[in-house]
Every structure is written in C-alpha cells, then in structure tokens.
Design a protein around this ligand. Structure first.
Ligand code: IPM
Ligand code: MG
Length: 360
C-alpha cells in the first residue's frame, strides 16, 4: 500500500524522536511491502522562527491532503523562550490548537498502562499496583474551554478575564460513541468524568452519555466527578478501563494517568476525526532541557507510529510487529535514561530506534 504521511518534527526533542519513529516505519514498509511518502511541515516554535506564525495555512493544507500526521512535540521553556513573549495566538501551542480544529480531530485517545518490565518506575505502592493497570483516556479535543470565546478587559477599573465553556449535544454524542466503541474492544467499562454537581455543561454531558449508553448494553457505565477521579487514579488505577471526558478535564487527568504509569516516555496518543484520518504523537512534551543530546526516549513516538498504522491505515499486523519489537527490546534490558534502572543497558535515542527497527 502507498500512504502519504505528514511529518511534524516540531521543537525540542521532536526532531530526534520522530526520526527514530520514521526509521521504524521504514522498516515496516520494507518488511511488509508498503511505501510511506513523507512530507515535512513546520509547526510550533520552528514555524514562528521561519514564518512568524506557529502554523501556516499552507502547512494545514499539506496535512489535509495526506493520510495521517505524525507529530513529535512543540514548544519550549515557557519562562525563558522568546516564543512566550509573543501574543497568545502566536505562541507554539496555538499551532497545535489550530491543527486540531482545522483537521476536526475531536477524539483524543491517550493510553496509560503499566509495562511489567518498568514496574520499578511506577511511583505507586506495590499493593496499589497489584497486577498492573491499563486504561484509555478518551478526551474530547475540539470543544469546551479550549475553544470557547475568551477575553481580558477592564471592567470598572478592574482587570477581568473570561473563558467560556460550551458543549452542544452533538459534540458530546460523537465523542461518547467513540468512547463506547473503544470500550467494546477492551474490558467493556466506561467511566464518564464530569463536574455535574456544579456545571451545566457537565449535566448535559451526563444526559447525552446516558442516552448513548443505551446502544451499548454490554458496556458497564459509571459516572464520576472529576475531583474524585483525580483521587481514584492514585488510589486504585486498576478500576479504570475507558475514561471518557471533556477537553480540560482530559488534559489534566491524562497527565496524572501518564505520571502514575511511571513511564511518560512510553505513552503514545492518537487524535482522530470522523474518518480514518488522525494525528499521532507522544503524550510527553518537547523536553527542551535534553534536546539534541541523544538522550530522549523515542518509544512513545514509535508507539504513536504504531497507532497510526493501526487506526489510520488498518495495518494491524504491522502495528503488532512494532509493539512486539518494543516489548522485545525492553525484555532484552535496553533502557533510555528516563526509564533506566539498575542492571539494565543504557542507550541513547538513536540506538533505541535502531534496536526496535532491527527487531521488526
Ligand atoms: C496536551 C497539551 C496541550 C493541551 C497544550 C500544549 C496546549 O498539554 O496535548 O495535553 O493542553 O491540550
Ligand atoms: Mg496536557
């Protein structure tokens, strides 16, 4: 099969980790007889430096005309980088929000699971970890507080800022359907997270999720308030299968879930629209402090490439081959610095990429 992949290397460690993921994709292409044609576009700080904006319309067009997008990471150090002296709509993150909106990527899947080989990296106590955990956060990505009207103005001499949290029933329904669909392929449990004791948008969320649930009698549905969910994640993460939630809550809870897995450098993510198209990226950030030093862990990006193969190209065999290769490399004791533990073999970003590619 021939497929067009838009590549966004981005800032910080982005270029290094994406290069390794492409190494793995190239190996997949060779082994399974496919052709992946890459087109690079700029997004984030590198685009600001070249074009003065974090994402050009031309770049969006390139992405729209491809079959999937592979993204590294964007942004820099928010207290020292000159990018953060710019107006908010010109900063690196604005590029990310623009591409999500322009490509209609409303469904954000963030897996958070414990790798048995990396149990030591998990900050939770052994009795809490038990046999490990494996959850999928399904975060709504193009609505809510992120995209509501906002302004900062002076009201009677007092500086006042407003952000608007809006959801309509259609936006809630389509993400809820995605959440239940994915639960059907997993352990058939959905925890819908909201703040229905306070927010109208959450009360509508709960009502629509209940309606959607009627079409999935096999799936167990529970509702959980977001503050309780934040607590339950560290108290008993095993209880979760699919966590379905709105944009802002999903942003916060997905970082918490990533942290408890102890291996942020291992977690992939997918952002999908209502077709097969998607954008795939590691759950971690651009780590400017270690950029260019061959220290970054490319596995989250490699696993994102695997999600790309699975969700956008329907290449399940190929994706399984990538996931297994990562597993074998970990079993063989290779570790980048972030997941290093005693007795293991420390490798850099490039070597880790080559090891995984060689296992395919
Ligand atoms: C994420 C990030 C982004 C978000 C930022 C960089 C705008 O934190 O993908 O979770 O808040 O969505
Ligand atoms: Mg976030």
């Amino acid at each position: 099969m021939e497929k067009k992949i838009t590549v966004i290397k981005g800032d910080g460690i982005g270029p290094e980790i994406v290069t390794e993921a492409q190494k793995v994709l190239d190996k997949v292409a060779e082994k399974f007889g496919h052709k992946f044609v890459y087109t690079d576009i700029l997004m984030g700080g590198c685009s600001i430096d070249k074009y003065g904006v974090p994402l050009t319309d031309e770049a969006v067009e390139v992405a729209k005309n491809s079959d999937a997008v592979l993204l590294g990471s964007i942004g820099g150090n928010t207290s020292t980088s000159p990018w953060y002296k710019l107006a908010p709509n010109l900063r690196p993150e604005a590029g990310l929000l623009k591409i999500r909106k322009e490509l209609g990527l409303f469904a954000n899947l963030r897996p958070a699971n414990l790798y048995p080989e990396l149990r030591e990296a998990c900050p939770l106590k052994d009795e809490i970890i038990g046999d490990g955990f494996d959850m999928m956060i399904m975060r709504e990505l193009t609505g809510g507080l992120y995209f509501g009207a906002r302004k900062t103005e002076n009201v009677d001499g007092v500086e006042t800022a407003v952000d608007t949290l809006t959801y309509n029933e259609n936006e809630i329904r389509r993400i809820a359907i995605r959440g239940f669909d994915i639960a059907m392929k997993r352990r058939k449990k959905v925890t819908s997270v909201d703040k229905a004791n306070v927010l109208d948008s959450s009360r509508l969320w709960r009502k629509v999720v209940n309606e959607v649930a009627k079409d999935y009698p096999e799936v167990e549905l529970e509702h959980m308030l977001v503050d309780n969910c934040a607590m339950q994640l560290v108290r008993d993460p095993k209880q979760f299968d699919v966590i379905l939630t709105e944009n802002m809550f999903g942003d916060i809870l997905s970082d918490e879930a990533a942290m408890i897995s102890g291996s942020l450098g291992m977690l992939a993510s997918a952002s999908l629209n209502d077709t097969k198209f998607g954008m795939y990226e590691p759950s971690h950030g651009s780590a400017p402090d270690i950029a260019g030093q061959d220290k970054a862990n490319p596995i989250a990006t490699i696993l994102s490439a695997s999600m790309l193969l699975r969700f956008s190209f329907d290449m399940d065999k190929e994706a399984d081959a990538v996931d297994n290769a990562v597993k074998k490399v970990l079993e063989a004791g290779y570790r980048t610095g972030d997941i290093m533990s005693e007795g293991m073999k420390l490798v850099g970003c490039k070597e880790m990429g080559s090891l995984v590619a060689d296992m395919i």
